[in-house]
Write a protein of this length. Structure first.
Length: 75
């Protein structure tokens, strides 16, 4: 019975990891597009940097989820 619960949790974690991966990839692509534009106002340039920092936090969370998935596979 316990293995079924672990597998369900592992599958849910995998879905979350994929969602985070897609989200961060989309945001990185949007930021890259913005960074290639010329004559952006300084406010927008500052926001790009702020968002980039938040995406790095998403990547860190994604890494933590990946570690948790690996732990569950080994238990």
């Amino acid at each position: 019975m316990g293995l079924k619960r672990v597998n369900k949790t592992e599958n849910k974690l995998q879905v979350v990891w994929e969602q985070l991966d897609e989200a961060s990839g989309n945001v990185y692509n949007a930021l890259h597009s913005l960074e290639r534009m010329v004559d952006l106002p300084e406010e927008i340039k500052g926001r790009i940097e702020q968002v980039s920092n938040h995406v790095q936090t998403l990547d860190s969370l994604k890494f933590n989820i990946e570690e948790l998935i690996e732990e569950k596979k080994q238990s």
